[in-house]
Design a protein around this ligand. Sequence first.
Ligand code: THU
Length: 143
Amino acid sequence: MPDASTVLDHATQERLVAAAKSAAGRAYAPYSNFQVGAALLLSDGQIIEGANIENASYPAGICAERSAAAIAINQGRRDFVAIAVIGPPAEPITPCGICRQFLSEFNKAMPVLCCGRDGSVKVTTLAALLPGAFDQEQLEQAG
Ligand code: THU
């Protein structure tokens, strides 16, 4: 795992983690009681927050990471630089497989800050979390 300071400056990392925590406070997770917050850093320093939104029809729910990405894209922003994610556990959580694939569409090399409530941050990248992501190139190989 790379040290966080080699990926983002300390102040930016702090801002991103604080934003992910703030987003988690808006989660709608009455079924799992597992509130997740994500914060997506854009190239101009703007941060877009997203939380998980569950549903009585369980598969209809959406994760915090895709929630944040959907907001950004609908604001005309696809310039994803990094993402932070936090849940209730003391230990860092990692994005689920669907979110890894979803985010890899926009920046495969994106640093991912996996945060824990104990203040720990594990920095990795989407490429490390999802080697061999399915992509547009493979679609194009169909001819
Ligand atoms: N969840 C996220 O929002 N992000 C993740 O990376 C892991 C899981 C949500 C989905 C569901 O609402 C709850 O956490 C329990 O799985």
